[in-house]
Design a protein around this ligand. Sequence first.
Ligand SMILES: Cc1ncc(COP(=O)(O)O)c(C=O)c1O
Length: 489
Amino acid sequence: MWIEPCHGGVGSRTMRSMSDLPKTPAPAIPGEPERISVKTPIPGPRTEELRRRHGAVQDARTVHVYQDAKRSLGNYLVDVDGNVILDVYGHIACVPIGYNHPDLLAAWKGGRFDWCAGYRPALGIAPSPEWVDIVTGAMARIAPKGLPRLVTVTTGAEAVENAIKAAFVLLARRRRGGKGPTDADLADSMRNDQAMANGFKVISFQGSFHGRTLGALSLTRSKAIHKVDFPAFAWPTVPFPANRFPLAEHAESNRATEARSLEAAEAVFKANPDNVAAIIVEPIQGEGGDCHASHDFFRSLRKMARAHGAAFIADEVQTSGGSTGTFWAHEAWGLDDPPDIVTFSKKLQIGGYYCREELFPAEPLRIFNTFLGDPLRLAQLEVIVEIMERDRLIENARITGDFLVNSLEGLAARYPGVLSNARGRGTFAAVDARDPATQAKILEHLRLAGVEGGGSGTRSLRFRPANVFLPRHVAEAIGVLEDACKKVA
Ligand SMILES: Cc1ncc(COP(=O)(O)O)c(C=O)c1O
């Protein structure tokens, strides 16, 4: 990997003010607004007018604001009412280098994407040489250590679906003594009646989110509304530790919770010998409430999967792309034996996964679809990665993230009845509100004051800014959050 290793991880901060911070190498984005500017209630009248028009055709109830795509710049989202909003949510963690980065637009205008702007190909049929250049160039450069193979798709859920399919293919081959399917297996599959494969399972964690397509949804355990009324595989789930912070105050109970979680996973493996194809885990549970576990926990889990012959899948759809302070969050675990599969999407602009050689199916067409990704998005990612390298944006995420988490810790100390459990790695950070009602009130205050934020779990406030988020943006966001705390205290 091209980025430097991570520092000590969560809970190791000492700085108290912006002047204590090491200087971030990231330059400011030229022309970026200096501050929030709120002109109307948010959502404003033009957003509501658009919502009415839009809502006649699509479900527009979840829309926060309609964005003025061209005027948004850097960390500031400009909405159609002319409000300049500081974005700490980043389209649910999807914005790697802020809005309209001048160098990305210059690449566009300079013709760098001409080869992929004229049509969208079926990449498994007739890709162009430029595609090959990128997957063997930039995509190989960012590949997690030990994972040489790459599958590209479109979304995070598709990445997860295909990752578990690859794990099933490997398990089936092993159970057949290294051979592919027989004619009888093929015939059984056409009747949905596969004695062996129908018993295969994937373990996921309570509180996890792995997507909403039917296979991925059987792994997702964050909220019932995602799952209700949809048939699901009866796959096992085990508790996720959800460490409490500050770590030093909760060391003993965190250790005990992690031990219970590992025991539960071991029990599931033992109860399902030869049938667990994979265990899937998010390095930080992103939707389920920003739940963390120690590097030791993940190392033990990895060893356990290896001992039971199951694929160890790190679902990095939300954590990849640098915001945690390493390009891949799992890099911080210090594994000797890398994960078998690492999924991605969001900040990486397309979905997909990297895997070990043995997880690449022997037969073609087992992992396949029409688009197999999107060259335009991958070409943009190539430029994004160049900008991240040049401007050392991962180092920035570490420095800015330390300041962010430290500031959240400070707020939790000043408003103990309102906020608690400040936590994060890099700028992938969160703090808990007193209860769900307080979470909703704080999010409303942030919105009206011009900060685009988001919740996670039932009462957490999550930060998912772009990698160009600087200490001055932290200070601005924390000022607004402090006002919210005063209001709800
Ligand atoms: C960890 C994780 N996995 C999978 C997904 C699903 O990704 P998508 O919404 O692109 O299908 C998400 C989305 O939030 C996620 O956070």
